[in-house]
Design a protein around this ligand. Structure first.
Ligand code: F6P
Length: 348
């Protein structure tokens, strides 16, 4: 078979490890493989190049994606699906391996329903893809955020400050929860639980009353802020830019500064924000992500060999399994409430 492989959505560490594994296993299984540049965008213009052992050599530890990525949604373009179907035929591509998060996988699912052979591989530092315990990139992002929290910790302590660390997490608080737990955060704020700033201040004041002179607050960029006079019980999302991408997402960021500012105003304690941003998505993957990506890549080709399409590779417990794409799309995996309760034991 002739396989086309693409990466879509935000990049993350571990994508190249997955590409390498798909190519190695595909060639060993007697398939041909081409790289599709820049996600679905490259499939709409048939921007492809052959992949072989040489052009994937040395990419295992490298961050980013050698294929490039985009947030292009073919279903937002006139005749997007038609163009893709034609290009698959013109490019003689029999099957697509789509490495992506919920957005990329939902396009993969729609194409599958239109008759295309697709296999998905989950990636996103946000770890919010349904059906899998972990997505590629999450473990690396958590480790980067944990290290940042550790570093902020020592300077907050020296200066008697409240340090607010803003991490990524558009709809879910997985990075905030994991890095906050691992880094000993005194408060963790996540999108799943709109927060009241007065409650946050109370926790910090209580902590300082028992003799601590600094605090660490970890906030997910998508956490929602509730103020007394607000009528919307779901809270307000803090955005940098109201323009939306082709999947309908606004650009988030800035809640860390707002939280620090409010804490300073309400408690009189000096508070500073650190926004980790794309640092969480860059650089070399952890061993965990390299192995996960490698296992997903090999599994994806095994599924192709078995002619199982419309599925996604997944980690469940310690096993690599396949799940149907229809079970994955249409919703996100939100944080486990029991895990959040464990984190709350350490608040204040
Ligand atoms: O892909 C998920 C994510 O990491 C989100 O947490 C974040 O909101 C978004 O990507 C940022 O993406 P961009 O690279 O487009 O700024």
């Amino acid at each position: 078979m002739r396989i086309g492989i693409l990466t879509g959505g935000g990049d993350c560490p571990g994508l190249n490890a997955a590409i390498r594994a798909v190519v190695r296993k595909a060639l060993a299984s007697g398939h041909e493989i081409v790289g599709i540049r820049n996600g679905w965008k490259g499939l709409m213009s048939l921007d492809t190049f052959p992949l072989d052992l040489n052009n994937i050599s040395g990419i295992l530890p490298r961050g980013g994606t050698i294929l490039g990525t985009s947030r292009t949604n073919p279903y937002k373009h006139p005749d997007g699906e038609k163009k893709i179907l034609e290009n698959l035929e013109n490019g003689k591509i029999d099957v697509i391996v789509a490495i992506g998060g919920e957005d990329t996988l939902s396009v993969a699912y729609k194409l599958h329903k239109a008759g295309v052979n697709v296999v998905g591989i989950p990636k996103t530092i946000d770890n919010d893809v349904r059906g899998t315990d972990y997505s590629i990139g999450f473990d690396t992002a958590v480790n980067i955020a944990m290290e940042a929290i550790d570093r902020v910790h020592t300077t907050a302590e020296s200066h008697n400050r409240v340090a607010v660390v803003e991490v990524m997490g558009r709809h879910t608080g997985w990075i905030a929860l994991y890095s906050g737990l691992a880094g000993g955060a005194d408060v963790i704020l996540i999108p799943e639980k709109p927060f009241d700033i007065d409650q946050v201040c109370k926790i910090i004041e209580k902590r300082h009353a028992r003799g601590k002179n600094f605090s660490i607050v970890v906030v997910a960029e998508g956490a929602k802020f509730k103020v007394e006079e607000q009528v919307d019980k779901d809270g307000t999302l803090i955005v940098q830019d109201l323009r939306v991408d082709e999947f309908g997402h606004v650009r988030l960021g800035g809640i860390g500064n707002l939280v620090a500012d409010q804490i300073e105003k309400r408690t009189g304690m000096e508070a500073r924000a650190t926004i980790l941003g794309h640092i969480q998505r860059g650089g070399s993957p952890t061993a965990f992500d390299r192995i996960l990506a490698t296992r997903f890549g090999v599994k994806a080709v095994e599924l192709i060999n078995e002619r199982k399409f419309g599925v996604m590779t997944a980690l469940q417990g310690s096993d690599i399994v396949e799940v149907e794409l229809y079970e994955v799309v249409g919703g996100l995996k939100t944080v486990n409430p029991e895990l959040f309760e464990i984190a709350e034991v350490f608040f204040g």
